[in-house]
Write a protein that binds this ligand. Structure first.
Ligand code: PLP
Length: 454
C-alpha cells in the first residue's frame, strides 16, 4: 500500500507482511510496543541467541523479548520441562492445586526471602494490579504514588507520568501529572501522585504531604531495568514509607533474576513490603508473581467463611473483607515448569552471563571513546542501555535529553547488519550469548560507522 521505505533493503517480505497486517490489526500490531518506524521486522524463528526473520536474515537478538528470555530462544531445558508436563502428567491445566505451585514458591523465596507469601498471575501487569489492590485493602487508603517515566503495565492508575518535554513537566519538586493514554476515566489523575526518581528531598516532601491518602508507592528500583536508584535514595524511600504507613512495592518484573539472582532488592539490601515479578520467572510464557509480607498477602486468603458463599460469589469468604484474586490460568503447571527450569539453569549460568554483559559494555564504551562520540552504557546485572550524552543519566528527564535521534538511527543501521534490539531499547543478555555474538556485534558496529554514518 505504501512505497517501500528506503531504510531497510533486506526485509521486503517483512514489509509485505506488515502492510497486510495493517488491514487486520490497529497499526498492524498486537501490542503497541511491537511497532516502530519505518516498519517492524517480522520474525519467524529463534534458536539460542539468534532470530531469523521472514526474509531469512539472521540477527543476534539483544531484545530477548524485552528481557523475558534469560536462556535465549528454544532452550532444550525449557523444552524438556514443557514435554515433561504434557507427556508425563497427561494434561496441563487442572483448575486445582498442583504441587509445582509450592515447589516453585520455595525456589523463588530462596532468592527473594521478602516474598513471605506469594500469588501467581498471568502477566507482570496483573501482578502490579494485584499488588496495588492489596495495598488499598490493607491500608484502607485510596491513592498510589509512582515515579516519572516508570512502567508497571497499562491500566488506569499506572498510565500517568510527566510530559517528556521538560518545559511542560513541571518543577522536580512538584511534577505535573499527565495521562499517557487516551481513554482513561475522568478524574483518574487525582489518584496517582507522580514522584521524581533519585531526588530524595522532593520525594520525601511529596510523600509526607500526601501520606494520609497514600496506600502505596510503587517503584522500579532500577528504572527500565537500566537506570539504578542511588543507594541513599532508595534507603530513604524505605525509611519514609515505613514511618508514614505507606506500602512500598518494588516492581521487579524487569530486574528480578536480572539485576542479580535476588533482584534489585538484594543488591540494595532494602526490603520492600511487596514485590512483583514477571518476565524471566515465566521462562518466556505469560506469567507474574506478587509476594511480600504475610499480613498484607493474607488479605487475599479465602480460608474464612463458608464454601457455599465462596461458590456463589466465586470470590472468597465475606466478600467485602477478602480481597478478590482469581484466574483460570493462575499457576499454570507448564509455565511453572518453564520458570523453574530457567531459575535452575541461571543458578549455574548467571555469573557467566554477567561477565559477558560487562565485556560487551566495555567493548562498546571503548569503541565510542575511540570515535570521540559521547556515549556510556548504564545498567545493572544482565540488562544495560546505551546512552548518548556526556551528562549523568539518573532519571526520565535526563534520559529524554540524551541523543535519542542518533541512537535510533544507529539501531536501525545495526538491524540492517544483523544486530537486533527494538530501536531505543535495552540490551538484555542471555545465557546463550557468547564471544561469537560479541564479535559479530562489534564487527557490525565497525561496519556501520565506516560505511553508513560517516
Ligand atoms: N512492570 C515492569 C517493570 C515491566 O517492565 C513490565 C513490562 O515490561 C510490566 C510491569 C508489565 O508486565 P507484562 O508485560 O508481563 O504485563
Amino acid at each position: 500500500s505504501h512505497p517501500l521505505p528506503q531504510f531497510f533493503n533486506k526485509t521486503k517480505e517483512s514489509y509485505r507482511i506488515y502492510c497486510e497486517s495493517e488491514k487486520h490489526m490497529p497499526g498492524g500490531v498486537t501490542a503497541n510496543i511491537k511497532h516502530f518506524s519505518p516498519y517492524p521486522i517480522v520474525m519467524k524463528h529463534g534458536i539460542g541467541p539468534t532470530l531469523t526473520d521472514v526474509d531469512n536474515n539472521e540477527y543476534v537478538d539483544y531484545l530477548m523479548s524485552y528481557g523475558a528470555l534469560a536462556l535465549g530462544h528454544g532452550h532444550p531445558r525449557i523444552q524438556q520441562a514443557l514435554q515433561q508436563q504434557i507427556l508425563t502428567d497427561g494434561t496441563y491445566l487442572f483448575g486445582a492445586p498442583h504441587e509445582l505451585e509450592t515447589t516453585f514458591a520455595k525456589k523463588i523465596k530462596e532468592y527473594i526471602p521478602s516474598m513471605e507469601l506469594l500469588r501467581y498471575t498471568n502477566s507482570g501487569t496483573e501482578a502490579t494490579l494485584l499488588a496495588l489492590r492489596l495495598a488499598y485493602a490493607f491500608t484502607g487508603k485510596t491513592k498510589v504514588a509512582k515515579f516519572e517515566g516508570h512502567y508497571h503495565g497499562g491500566y488506569n492508575e499506572m498510565l500517568y507520568s510527566i510530559n517528556p518535554d521538560e518545559k511542560k513537566a513541571g518543577p522536580i519538586e512538584e511534577p505535573v501529572t499527565v495521562p499517557e493514554s487516551a481513554g482513561l476515566l475522568p478524574g483518574g489523575d487525582a489518584n496517582t501522585i507522580i514522584l521524581p526518581f533519585n531526588h530524595p528531598e522532593a520525594c520525601e516532601r511529596l510523600l509526607k504531604k500526601h501520606s494520609r491518602e497514600l496506600a502505596a508507592v510503587i517503584i522500579e528500583p532500577v528504572q527500565g531495568g537500566f537506570i539504578p536508584a542511588d543507594q541513599e535514595f532508595i534507603t530513604r524511600l524505605r525509611k519514609v514509607t515505613e514511618e508514614e504507613g505507606i506500602v512500598l512495592i518494588f516492581d521487579e518484573v524487569k530486574t528480578g533474576f536480572r539485576s542479580s539472582l535476588g533482584g534489585a532488592q538484594n543488591v540494595y539490601q532494602v526490603t520492600p513490603d511487596l514485590t512483583t515479578l514477571g518476565k524471566v520467572v515465566g521462562g518466556g510464557f505469560p506469567f507474574g508473581i506478587v509476594g511480600g509480607k504475610k499480613e498484607i498477602m493474607d488479605v487475599s486468603s479465602p480460608k474464612t467463611g463458608s464454601d457455599v458463599f465462596d461458590t456463589m460469589q466465586s470470590k472468597g469468604s465475606s466478600a467485602e473483607e477478602t480481597l478478590f484474586h482469581s484466574g483460570t490460568y493462575n499457576g499454570h503447571p507448564m509455565i511453572l515448569g518453564a520458570g523453574l527450569a530457567t531459575i535452575e539453569l541461571l543458578e549455574s549460568e548467571f555469573r557467566n552471563t554477567l561477565t559477558l554483559a560487562n565485556e560487551l559494555r566495555n567493548e562498546l564504551e571503548s569503541f565510542f571513546k575511540q570515535k570521540a562520540v559521547p556515549m556510556k552504557t548504564i545498567g545493572m546485572g544482565t540488562i544495560f542501555n546505551l546512552v548518548f550524552t556526556n551528562q549523568a543519566v539518573k532519571n526520565y528527564r535526563d534520559m529524554s535529553k540524551t541523543n535519542l535521534f542518533f541512537r535510533k538511527e544507529l539501531d536501525l543501521h545495526l538491524i540492517n547488519e544483523g544486530i537486533y534490539t527494538k530501536p531505543l531499547n535495552r540490551y538484555s543478555i542471555a545465557t546463550v550469548h557468547g564471544d561469537r555474538e560479541l564479535k559479530k556485534t562489534m564487527d557490525a558496529l565497525h561496519y556501520v560507522f565506516t560505511n553508513r554514518l560517516t
